[in-house]
Design a protein around this ligand. Structure first.
Ligand SMILES: Cc1ncc(COP(=O)(O)O)c(C=O)c1O
Length: 380
């Protein structure tokens, strides 16, 4: 376990009038990311300075740093605009036979649910929505339904509504034994919770960039096991084909694609406005290390959890939740009162289902936590 990082608030754009605990919704912004975005816009406003080679260079730099963060090869990463695009790409390249099942979690993020709903409606496979009993851990609920009928499972490693942890190591073993395709939606964890791709051996991992990766909207990432690299992309974009570097010969149409997972890159991936901002964010995470970010957020959420428990609100056991998201199951009569009081005090959290989701990052300091607790205690 890494040691928590020291105070990092100065690195972020913050407003002291606001206590912001909604990284799971939309990340706070690093100053370096904002500066990179401003420089990027300056560069984009002078197209005559942009060389043909630059249509590729930023993309490959970002691909390489995301790959480092995931602990995979750069060739295995595609740039996608959203998790739904990444999941649709995976779904496009899978088939099932009658009787096959596709697993998703209850109350899953809609992009993950709808993708497999559409897939199962199209293919005739059965969509199995795994629910857990009160007090049950997700891993036990999931293991309870894995058998040889399961062909695909598309799962997160923490539940997006409340940070409940899903022990993917045990799930992965069972899925591999069943011969199922294993997809991870790491949108709510990549950057804040180490993901061991080499140990889990997922077929695909998708993650958005604007939450725990501290980057802009519109840039997410898809890891694809090399066995899928010959697959069919959602679209046929010029830059995904071999030889695209030579702009003068683009109408010499090519059958072959760029190597690795690059064929799955979204069209117009050379987004001069966004790429440098995303890269700056990933560079900072790599410098901090994800393990150290996780340890820092763990200390923060443990402290909040302990103080919330003292105030009489039950919180999931610390080892049953991720380090970075805390979900409070507030008693129904107080939910409205609490959310209104938080809003009035400019303490930004989010309500997802019945869970009040608190998702800090390294910009939060002790005063933010005091303010959150003060409002909670008064409104409960
Ligand atoms: C688990 C999870 N996946 C994906 C997303 C975003 O999905 P998309 O990129 O399809 O908009 C979110 C956003 O909250 C999320 O919580």
């Amino acid at each position: 376990m890494s040691r928590p990082l020291s105070e990092q608030r100065a690195e972020f754009v913050v407003d002291d009038a606001v206590a912001y605990f909604n990284t799971a919704g939309l990340s706070p912004m690093l100053r370096t990311v904002r500066e990179a975005a401003e420089r990027a816009l300056d560069r984009r406003s002078m197209p005559w300075t942009i060389t043909a080679q630059e249509w590729f260079a930023d993309v490959e730099e970002l691909r390489a740093s995301v790959a480092r963060l995931m602990g995979v090869a750069a060739d295995d990463v595609a740039l996608v605009p959203s998790s739904s695009y990444g999941l649709a790409t995976v779904a496009r390249n899978l088939s099932t036979k009658p009787g096959d099942r596709v697993l998703v979690l209850a109350d899953e993020f809609p992009s993950n649910h709808y993708t497999w709903q559409r897939f199962t409606r199209r293919t005739g496979a059965e969509l199995v929505v795994v629910a857990r009993d009160p007090g049950q851990r997700w891993v036990d609920a999931i293991l309870g339904v894995i058998d040889e009928r399961v062909a695909i499972a598309s799962l997160p490693n923490v539940h997006w509504t409340n940070g409940a942890l899903i022990d993917l190591e045990r799930v992965a073993r069972a899925l591999h034994d069943a011969g199922a395709v294993f997809i991870v939606d790491a949108s709510q964890s990549l950057g804040a919770l180490p993901l061991d791709v080499a140990a889990l051996l997922p077929d695909a991992v998708v993650a958005v960039g604007y939450k725990w990766l501290l980057g802009p909207l519109g840039l997410g990432y898809l890891y694809l096991d090399p066995k899928f690299h010959d697959g069919e992309p959602l679209e046929e974009n010029w830059i995904a084909r071999v030889g695209a570097e030579d702009f003068s010969r683009l109408i010499d149409y090519q059958e072959a694609y760029q190597p690795g997972a690059r064929r799955f890159d979204v069209g117009e991936r050379s987004n001069f406005q966004l790429l440098p901002a995303a890269s700056a964010a990933i560079r900072r995470l790599l410098d901090w290390t994800v393990a150290a970010v996780a340890a820092t957020l763990r200390a923060r959420t443990d402290e909040i959890a302990a103080r919330v428990r003292q105030a009489g609100v039950p919180v999931a056991a610390d080892d049953a939740r991720g380090p970075h998201i805390l979900g409070l199951e507030l008693p129904a009569p107080s939910i409205l009162r609490v959310t209104r009081a938080l809003r009035d005090a400019r303490v930004v959290t989010s309500l997802r289902g019945s869970s009040l989701r608190i998702s800090p990052h390294l910009h939060n300091d002790a005063r933010d936590v005091d303010r959150l607790l003060e409002v909670l205690r008064a409104a409960l």
